[in-house]
Design a protein around this ligand. Structure first.
Ligand code: FNR
Length: 186
């Protein structure tokens, strides 16, 4: 049976490099893994006052219900000021509450960090891992994916300049499919 994976992109930008990489990863997923992007841009900033069951914000409830349909999560994120963008942290926070009802618990995940710079959003990649430890999200350890100098990876037509990039992303998705299977068998 198909395994559904939510793709969460940490950038809301129209021409986002992260979304381009996410789309490439989605197209390279092995058979049996169905990837769909789940939008996080509409989520209001998390406020614990609204944990009260009688007044949940509609978009938070919709996000939590949507996420429950997915077995795993693929995070593709830029780095903002050496950490994860607020929009991504907000989605983690919204999904983690009300207390005891976290939608993240136990979902296998993988992280890809993307930057036009040379440090490949390493800081965001690892800050995200730190939150996932607490959220009990088993995040794939290897291979790691740090995509730096991302603007140079695409040609004018939006295709990858080097076959190696595609090969790397393909192997990453193969490993992620194996990781999801491994976690789900436990
Ligand atoms: C950035 N950028 C950035 N890049 C980086 O490698 N490390 C960083 O700490 C930061 N900090 C940062 C803060 C803020 C507020 C912005 C808006 C940007 C640059 C960032 O990597 C660049 O804008 C990417 O293009 C963002 O990813 P998308 O939108 O192309 O997917």
């Amino acid at each position: 049976a198909d395994v559904k994976i939510a793709v969460i992109v940490g950038s809301l930008r129209k021409d986002s490099f992260n979304r381009k990489i996410a789309k490439a990863l989605m197209s390279l997923a092995p058979a049996g893994l169905v990837l769909e992007e789940v939008d996080i841009g509409q989520l209001a900033m998390y406020n614990q006052d609204f944990d009260d069951e009688s007044i949940p914000l509609a978009e938070w409830t919709a996000f939590r219900e949507t996420m429950k349909q997915y077995t795993g999560v693929l995070f593709v994120t830029p780095e903002y000021n050496r950490s994860v963008p607020a929009v991504l942290k907000n989605a983690l926070d919204v999904g983690s509450r009300p207390y005891g009802q976290s939608i993240w618990n136990g979902k296998p995940a993988a992280i890809v960090s993307v930057s036009p710079g040379g440090l490949s959003a390493f800081g965001a990649n690892h800050h995200l891992r730190q939150s996932l430890v607490f959220l009990n999200v088993p995040a794939m350890q290897q291979p790691e994916a740090y995509i730096g100098n991302v603007a140079n990876l695409f040609d004018a037509a939006g295709e990858f300049v080097n076959a190696e990039t595609k090969e790397f992303l393909y192997k990453f998705m193969l490993a992620f499919a194996e990781w999801v299977n491994k976690v789900e068998r436990q």
